[in-house]
Design a protein around this ligand. Structure first.
Ligand code: SF4
Length: 366
């Protein structure tokens, strides 16, 4: 592909790729199902209208790629319980406020007087801690491999600056173990993965090789432009047709095999893998990050453990199945009725990267 295509050339190339994808996929005699595991890809696919232009022989489904969406009720219940303490300030990204726990949300806690501050980087919580030495400042560390280095760097900066009132409530998640969980799930059927772009910048492509090899399911890392995604899809179909299962890279400008060793080293200095819970999937072995023993003083769950009861809710929200690609948002009876972005019932409608929010915004199923 030339470096700079005109819009007309892009459209022509996209059309050609879609045709090739269709012709190649048709040779399998069945519908091929590919899953993206990255919220930014979900939005990019909808924004470009790729689902509509793809041939019937190829189906795209969204997986657990939105960090806010995969964070389970019990984490939110814990965050709310900490927020309700007079000696605590919660620092968090804004979209966490509307995510429901089993009984309420951080938004409700804020309305009832909890001190909850919106930050744009974990590093912002350092200044809040300095300004409020008599309070415990807790950053809600939610995210994938992409954000873990910044959370870890914040811990290291706090240590270096002698800050003793900053803590993390960790819900960091890892992509390869959840791919394995999906492939072990009898209800989930995928022929290949569109592997995440941003996560792969940090991790590199090699982290996917064990799971891709073990389950013999193809994977291609792509960027977020429509042509990059289409080229990734073409390579996925090629692999299926050729009976191959390997990790390919369609985002070579920024994604390397070994990733970003500096970022990984920062993460690995502070964190180690642990079992963790995912919305709709339960506990997935070694799919999360917890702070190592030498940084336990920054882990609020170790410094100030709270007993928090999570009530199992009876609700029609199908986020758990949406996140596994088993149902689409329009199969949820609440979609675009009781559940809309301005009144979200489940986290998949709360986050801009949520599957239900993308379906709603781009008019699918309405
Ligand atoms: Fe949950 Fe709303 Fe999505 Fe239904 S539409 S699954 S209630 S977030």
């Amino acid at each position: 592909v030339k470096e700079k295509l005109t819009k007309a050339e892009e459209r022509a190339f996209a059309k050609e790729l879609v045709q090739k994808i269709g012709e190649l996929a048709a040779t399998t005699g069945r519908k091929l199902r590919f899953m993206e595991v990255c919220g930014t890809h979900t939005v990019a696919i909808f924004r470009a209208g790729l689902r509509q232009i793809l041939p019937d022989s190829v189906e795209l489904v969204s997986g657990p790629g939105c960090p806010v969406c995969v964070t389970p009720d019990d984490y939110m219940d814990k965050a709310i319980a900490y927020a309700q303490r007079d000696d605590v300030i919660i620092a968090t990204f804004g979209d966490m406020l509307k995510v429901p726990g089993s009984k309420s949300s951080l938004n409700e806690a804020k309305t009832n007087g909890a001190d909850i501050r919106i930050v744009y980087s974990p590093m912002d919580s350092i200044q809040i801690a300095k300004d409020n030495p008599d309070k415990k400042v807790i950053f809600l560390a939610v995210g994938f491999e992409t954000t873990a280095p910044t959370a870890a760097a914040t811990v290291l900066a706090a240590e270096q600056q002698g800050i003793t009132n900053l803590y993390m409530l960790s819900a960091q998640k890892l992509v390869p173990p959840v791919m394995e969980a999906l492939l072990n799930d009898e209800e989930v059927h995928v022929d290949g993965f569109i592997l995440p772009g941003h996560v792969s910048v940090v991790t590199g492509t090699s982290v996917y090789e064990p799971v891709i090899g073990k389950y013999h399911v193809p994977g291609v890392v792509t960027g977020f432009e429509p042509l990059q995604i289409l080229r990734g899809l073409y390579r996925l179909v090629q692999q299926v047709v050729n009976g191959e299962a390997k990790v390919e890279n369609e985002y070579t400008d920024v994604v390397k095999t070994e990733g970003n060793p500096v970022s990984m080293a920062i993460t690995n200095r502070v964190y180690e893998p642990c079992d963790t819970g995912w919305r709709g999937m339960g506990i997935v072995p070694l799919s999360g990050l917890k702070m190592k023993a030498e940084y336990a003083r920054f882990d609020i769950e170790q410094v100030l453990p709270l007993e928090v009861e999570t009530v199992v809710k009876k609700t029609a929200c199908r986020c758990g199945e949406v996140l596994r690609g088993i149902v689409t948002p329009k199969e949820c009876p609440l979609f675009a009725k009781a559940c809309v972005p301005t009144h979200a019932i489940g986290p998949c409608m709360v986050s801009v990267e949520g599957v239900c929010a993308a379906w709603y915004k781009y008019g699918q199923g309405r």
